[in-house]
Write a protein that binds this ligand. Structure first.
Ligand SMILES: Cc1cc2nc3c(=O)[nH]c(=O)nc-3n(C[C@H](O)[C@H](O)[C@H](O)COP(=O)(O)OP(=O)(O)OC[C@H]3O[C@@H](n4cnc5c(N)ncnc54)[C@H](O)[C@@H]3O)c2cc1C
Length: 317
């Protein structure tokens, strides 16, 4: 692992100033970043890590004036265990509780979960052995290589790696907003495909808070994840839904380079009761625009099943 300076930031202003000084990167729980640095996967290496866990007042869960507010360094374990989130913002508690293992959830933060980089075994190959399009190279090695865990909705900027954040689809379904040091961004518009980032965050921009409006009366949300292993594993597909009390919102992840909002499925279920037939019709609509690769075709049925089951699950919560 290459050497770097480590700074404990006292406040966001200090973190921003430190970030502006050359090749610096934020570190929160470090569960994504440290592995990346150890494996040397990127051509550029930060010369400084700015620890934001030392910033007072960035780790909280509170409800104010009908809005749930979560500080960026709040740990996933705390979100999963919070009774208000479990009851009212259920999809988020379920999503946070399905990330990796208890250990990763005890370290990993909500900000880091949103800003983590994608999972692609070519991109993540140690020692930058595959200088792919996400590293300003010319080739997506997954396009012609082993792409069984990749996109079923085509490429974005010639990349078919998927975003695997478990909390992202829950936040999109729950209509969350991401507050940063310079603006407020709808969760739906927060994700992007950059080199190497996965979000619209500009250089030096820091996530401060996640805000979720209280779901309307009668609304229910649910999150489901399919992974190969029952314990620690990234999603093959995950899905979050919000139904009742207003327009339905349905989001999937691990199916495309950014989280996928299933608007066709939302339209199909709009104003209808959640029953087997309607949930199945919505699930079919969710995958209508899929363009799977030969090796990712199996994900279609998994995604359909998750959409259907997540919708039906809202009836039993
Ligand atoms: C073995 C293993 C299994 C995993 N399984 C899953 C899984 O099943 N589901 C899943 O969703 N994820 C999974 N992850 C990915 C990820 O590590 C965690 O989800 C975790 O939430 C990342 O948070 P962190 O605080 O550790 O991020 P860090 O590693 O500290 O940071 C990740 C990135 O986010 C940036 N960042 C952190 N905080 C902020 C902020 N406030 N503002 C702007 N940028 C920020 C950092 O600069 C860095 O680039 C797994 C990781 C490992 C190692």
């Amino acid at each position: 692992m290459k050497a770097f300076n480590h700074t404990n930031a006292k406040n966001l202003a200090e973190a921003k100033t430190a970030l502006a000084k050359g090749e610096a990167e934020l570190i929160a729980g470090g569960t994504d970043l440290i592995g990346r640095l150890k494996d040397n996967i990127l051509p550029l290496h930060p010369t400084a890590l700015i620890n934001i866990k030392t910033i007072d007042g960035l780790d909280y869960i509170k409800e104010e004036a009908g809005v749930l507010k979560i500080g960026a360094t709040t740990r996933l374990a705390d979100i999963a265990a919070n009774s208000v989130i479990s009851q009212k913002y259920t999809a988020l508690a379920q999503a946070a509780g399905r990330v990796a293992t208890p250990h990763v959830r005890d370290m990993g933060t909500i900000g880091g979960n949103l800003a983590q980089l994608h999972r692609c075994w070519y991109f993540r190959k140690p020692e930058n052995r595959f200088p792919c399009v996400r590293k300003n190279g010319t080739t997506c090695y997954a396009m012609t290589g082993d792409n069984r865990y990749h996109s079923i909705f085509g490429a974005v900027n010639r990349c078919i790696a998927v975003n695997i954040s478990d909390t992202a689809p829950a936040l999109i379904a729950l209509n969350a907003k991401i507050l940063t040091t310079s603006r407020t961004i709808d969760a739906d518009s927060f994700f992007d495909v950059k080199n190497p980032g996965n979000t619209v965050l500009a250089a030096g921009e820091i996530i401060k808070e996640i805000q979720i409006p209280a779901p309307p009366a009668g609304a229910r949300s649910a999150f489901l994840k399919f992974a190969i292993r029952k314990s620690i594993d990234f999603p093959i597909v995950n899905c979050a839904v919000l139904v009742g009390g207003g327009p339905a919102r349905i989001a999937l992840n691990a199916v495309a380079p950014k989280p996928y909002r299933a608007t066709k499925a939302e339209a199909v279920i709009a104003g209808k009761p959640i029953n087997d037939a309607n949930a199945e019709a919505a699930a079919a609509a969710a995958l209508e625009d899929a363009k799977p690769l030969t090796a990712t075709r199996y994900k279609l049925q998994i995604a359909r099943t998750l959409v259907k089951r997540a919708l039906l699950r809202t009836r039993t919560l």
